[in-house]
Ligand binder design. Structure first.
Ligand code: F6R
Length: 369
C-alpha cells in the first residue's frame, strides 16, 4: 500500500503533483470564471465581507499565513491569520461581515473546530478548506472547499499542505472575482500559472538527490535555522516544523528581516541555515535584502543552504549549498519552495533512525484541545 516507497511520507511527497492538479481540476471555466460549487456562501454575502480571518493549526496554519499575502494582494480585504488555539480564547472581534476560513486536513482538529464554533456564534460566516469529506469541520461550516489530496497517512503533512495552498489561492481569486478586484483575464493568467505548478513540483522532485545527500551529512547537528521573507517566511516556519517533528532536532524559522533584532546572535561556526530566497524578478527589493542577510550570516560562519530560483546568479556565490527551484510568480513560490524542505526533513529523520510515518508523541488528527 506504500506503492513501493519505504514510507507513506515519501509516497505522499511524490503524489504532490497529482494532488495539486486534482485540486485545480474542474474549478474554472474557459472564460476564466471560477466555479467553486462547494462554496455555498452567496456572492452577495461575500461582496459585503469587511475582514477575513483564517484559523488553523500547525502546517495548515502555515498555509493560512501564505493565504493572507494572496488575499490582501488580490482582493484588498484585510486578512489576519491566527492559530486556532489562540484565536478562540482571546475574545476576537467578529461580526456578520467577517469571513472566517478554517483550514484543516483532517477536519477533526479540536482547536480549529472550537474556533469555528466560536466564530459562528458571533455571526461570522465560516468557509472550511478541508481534505476529508464529511468530517466535522466542513459539516459545521457554512461552506466548504475540498482539497483533493487523497488520504494522507503519514503524520507529517505534505501533499495536504500543497493542496491547502492551491485552495487558498482559489478562494482568494474567487473573492476577487465576486468583488470585482480581479477580472477574467487576470484570473485566467494566475490559473495558468497554477496549472504549471504540478509539472514544476515534478521537476523539483527529480532534483532532490543532492538535498538527501546534504541531509545525511547534517544528522549529528543540534540545530538548524530557517529564514524567509514575505511568503518565504511561512515556508521557513514549515521547514522548521517538519524538521522538529520528524528529525526531533531543534529547528526554528525566522523572518529574515528580524535577524538583526535578535536571532543573529545564534549564528556561530557551521550552524546550518536554510534560506528561502524570493524571486529576483518582481519584488526585487526583498531579494536584495535577503542576499545581504545571507552575506551577514555567512560572514559569521553559518553554513548557508540556499533555496533560490533557477538562474539566480546574485545569490549563488553566497550559497554553501544551492537548491534551485523553478521560476514561479512570487505569491506561488511556496508551492515549489516547500518541497525540498519536506525531502530534507524526511531524509534527516531516516538518517537519525526515526520512525518517519509515526513520529513520537504525535497523532495524525488532534481531537483534544
Ligand atoms: C504537521 C502536521 C500538523 C497538522 C495540524 C493540523 O506536519 O501534520 O501540524 O498540520 O495538527 O491538522 P489538520 O490540518 O488536520 O487540522
Amino acid at each position: 500500500e506504500k506503492g513501493g516507497y519505504d514510507y507513506f511520507m515519501l509516497k505522499e511527497i511524490a503524489e504532490q503533483p497529482k494532488a495539486v492538479a486534482d485540486t485545480l481540476l474542474g474549478r474554472i471555466d474557459l472564460a476564466g470564471n471560477l466555479c467553486l460549487d462547494e462554496v455555498r456562501i452567496p456572492a452577495s454575502v461575500l461582496r459585503e465581507v469587511t475582514k477575513v480571518v483564517i484559523v488553523a493549526c500547525g502546517t495548515a496554519y502555515h498555509a493560512g499565513m501564505i493565504a493572507k499575502y494572496a488575499i490582501e494582494h488580490w482582493t484588498r480585504i484585510p486578512c489576519e491569520t491566527e492559530l486556532a488555539s489562540e484565536f478562540r480564547y482571546r475574545d476576537p472581534i467578529l461580526d456578520q461581515r467577517t469571513l472566517v476560513i478554517a483550514i484543516s486536513q483532517s477536519g477533526e482538529t479540536m482547536d480549529t473546530l472550537m474556533a469555528l464554533r466560536h466564530a459562528r456564534e458571533q455571526g461570522a460566516k465560516v468557509l472550511a478548506i478541508c481534505n476529508t469529506n464529511g468530517s466535522t469541520i466542513p459539516r459545521e461550516s457554512d461552506a466548504v472547499l475540498y482539497t483533493h489530496a487523497g488520504p494522507e497517512v503519514a503524520v507529517a503533512s505534505t501533499k495536504a499542505f500543497l493542496t491547502q495552498l492551491v485552495a487558498c489561492y482559489l478562494v482568494a481569486l474567487y473573492l476577487g472575482q465576486v468583488r470585482g478586484t480581479k477580472w477574467g483575464d487576470e484570473i485566467l493568467s494566475v490559473i495558468r500559472e497554477l496549472s504549471e505548478i504540478a509539472t514544476q513540483v515534478d521537476e523539483v522532485l527529480e532534483t532532490m538527490e543532492p538535498v538527501r545527500e546534504l541531509a545525511r551529512t547534517l544528522a549529528d547537528k543540534n540545530t538548524v535555522l530557517f529564514l524567509g521573507r514575505h511568503v518565504g517566511f511561512p515556508v521557513a516556519l514549515e521547514g522548521a516544523l517538519k524538521l522538529k517533528e520528524l528529525a526531533y532536532m531543534h529547528a526554528e524559522g525566522f523572518a529574515a528581516g528580524e535577524l538583526k533584532h535578535g536571532p543573529i546572535a545564534l549564528i556561530e561556526q557551521d550552524v546550518p541555515v536554510v534560506v528561502v530566497v524570493p524571486s529576483p524578478r518582481g519584488r526585487s527589493v526583498l531579494h536584495d535584502k535577503i542576499v545581504s542577510n545571507i552575506q551577514e550570516i555567512r560572514a559569521r560562519g553559518a553554513r548557508t543552504i540556499v533555496i533560490a530560483e533557477r538562474g539566480d546568479a546574485a545569490v549563488a556565490p553566497y550559497a554553501d549549498h544551492l537548491i534551485e527551484i523553478p521560476v514561479t510568480p512570487t505569491l506561488l513560490q511556496p508551492l515549489v519552495a516547500t518541497v525540498p524542505l519536506q525531502v530534507f526533513a524526511c531524509e534527516l529523520a531516516t538518517a537519525r533512525g526515526n520512525e518517519v510515518d509515526q513520529p513520537r508523541n504525535l497523532a495524525k488528527s488532534v481531537t483534544v484541545e
